[in-house]
Design a binder for this molecule. Structure first.
Ligand SMILES: Cc1cc2nc3c(=O)[nH]c(=O)nc-3n(C[C@H](O)[C@H](O)[C@H](O)COP(=O)(O)OP(=O)(O)OC[C@H]3O[C@@H](n4cnc5c(N)ncnc54)[C@H](O)[C@@H]3O)c2cc1C
Length: 405
């Protein structure tokens, strides 16, 4: 065991706040170890002082999962690529590296991560510990692409695990919410770099639910955004495409894109939702008008995979996302729609985002043993102002639970 000189490296009076500024804490000590030895010393110190440890990645989890009064550890310095194999399409990395860093490295080696969620400024360990997912009937949660890992346990020992070695530890630590050990290194399965062709088009909730099975089979990455208080849906349909050029925009097209994406899609929308905090019946009008402004015409583009998977998430927001067996998708969405429409004084923001994930065998994964639909509801916090969302959250969770959520 160490001599606990490491205690002096712990920073006091740090306030941690998660990305959406909805949860915060003041850990007793905050550490940023520079190597595995220092990490071990912190573990021994925690044992001797009876403190618990929470590892934090980029703090993007929309929950208090990283919060602690005891010791918080960031693996910010564990951000190296250890090796890459362009024959097996695999990359070995340290756990604190971000997906943005991995994407850039893979780009230069003509490889890519097969599927991503909406953002990449998050750590690989944070991603795999929480069942982070993108969309696509044939694509699992990102943890499903991990081939092996090394963890440090509370005894300070390093455990290597994979599907062939310590498989119970492996399948527990993937999607393990940071509770199984500290992940320090892992190998990730990639694929040859690809472009995505994105086609988005307007539809209705009735239509997408009716054609869901066919739509899911028809493309690599299918998702849709439903606009509550309306029947409007924006479908986003992405397919791998080869031997094509990335869509190029002229200066005037870029200015036009900025106008719609930022001036209308962000600044004006935030103002409109802020106004609606004083008069909530505005919300259904806002949802309908913004659908019409931004999503009522088909659009297409081609870009590098991660630039299509990811988008710039500008709004601070409350988020709630559960998964259900895929066959319950229509039942759940129609129940939620009916509840929103018949309940007085319920006004909810757009979108409700619906994504699809292939089943896996990871013990705590939300897609364990079943092809799953992830339904994500949000309430924005315009200019940081809190909007009431507890009734919406409660009813959503009740409906999801009743359908195996
Ligand atoms: C704008 C935005 C968009 C998002 N989009 C999506 C999306 O499209 N799909 C989706 O599924 N999720 C999405 N998320 C959620 C996000 O992917 C997860 O919360 C992810 O865990 C964030 O990674 P992080 O590095 O910030 O982890 P943190 O939030 O810092 O940590 C998450 C968990 O991982 C644990 N952990 C971190 N590092 C380690 C380690 N080395 N060893 C063991 N445990 C560790 C922590 O203890 C904690 O339990 C989004 C979040 C935001 C804010």
């Amino acid at each position: 065991m160490g001599d606990f000189g490491v205690e002096a490296k712990g920073v006091k009076q740090i306030k941690f706040t998660n990305w959406s500024q909805t949860f915060s804490c003041e850990p007793n000590l905050y550490f940023v170890p520079k190597d595995v030895e220092e990490l071990r010393e912190i573990i021994f110190l925690a044992k001797s002082t009876n403190k618990k440890i929470r590892v934090v990645g980029c703090g993007h989890s929309p929950s208090d999962i990283c919060c602690t009064d005891d010791y918080m550890i960031s693996l910010r310095f564990f951000n190296n690529v250890l090796s890459i194999n362009c024959e097996t399409n695999t990359i070995r990395v340290e756990a604190g590296i971000t997906l943005t860093e991995i994407n850039a490295y893979l780009d230069s080696h003509k490889l890519a991560i097969p599927v991503l969620g909406s953002v990449s400024d998050i750590t690989i360990a944070g991603v795999i510990s929480t069942g982070t997912h993108g969309t696509g009937a044939k694509f699992g949660v990102l943890a499903d692409y991990v081939l092996d890992m090394e963890l440090i346990t509370t005894s300070g020992d390093t455990i290597k695990c994979s599907r062939d070695e310590n498989s119970d530890v492996f399948l527990s630590a993937l999607s393990g919410l940071g509770a199984i050990g500290i992940i320090i290194r892992l190998t990730f399965q990639c694929e040859p770099a690809f472009l995505l062709y994105e086609y988005s088009y307007p539809s209705t909730l009735g239509e997408v639910l009716e054609e869901l099975d066919e739509e899911l089979k028809s493309c690599d990455h299918y998702r849709f955004l439903w606009f509550p208080h309306t029947d409007c849906v924006s479908v986003q349909n992405n397919n791998r495409i080869y031997n094509k050029e990335v869509t190029k925009y002229t200066a005037s097209q870029r200015a036009c894109n900025w106008f719609w994406d930022y001036a209308i899609g962000y600044y004006t929308l935030e103002f409109a939702y802020w106004l609606s905090t004083y008069y909530q019946p505005l919300v259904p009008y806002i949802n309908r008008i913004w659908f019409w402004l931004l999503y009522s015409r088909p659009k297409e583009r081609i870009n590098i995979s991660h630039k299509v998977f990811n988008f710039e998430c500008l709004f601070k927001q409350h988020v709630n996302e559960w998964s259900i067996p895929r066959e319950k998708t229509a039942k759940v969405l129609l129940e939620l729609k009916s509840w929103i429409e018949r309940t007085p004084n319920i006004y909810v923001h757009f979108p409700v985002e619906v994504r699809f994930v292939k089943e896996d065998d990871i013990y705590l994964s939300p897609a364990y043993g079943r092809d799953s639909t992830f339904i994500n509801i949000i309430m924005y916090r315009p200019y940081g102002k809190d909007v009431s969302h507890s009734a919406y959250w409660d009813q959503y969770e009740k409906i999801m639970k009743e359908s195996g959520g």
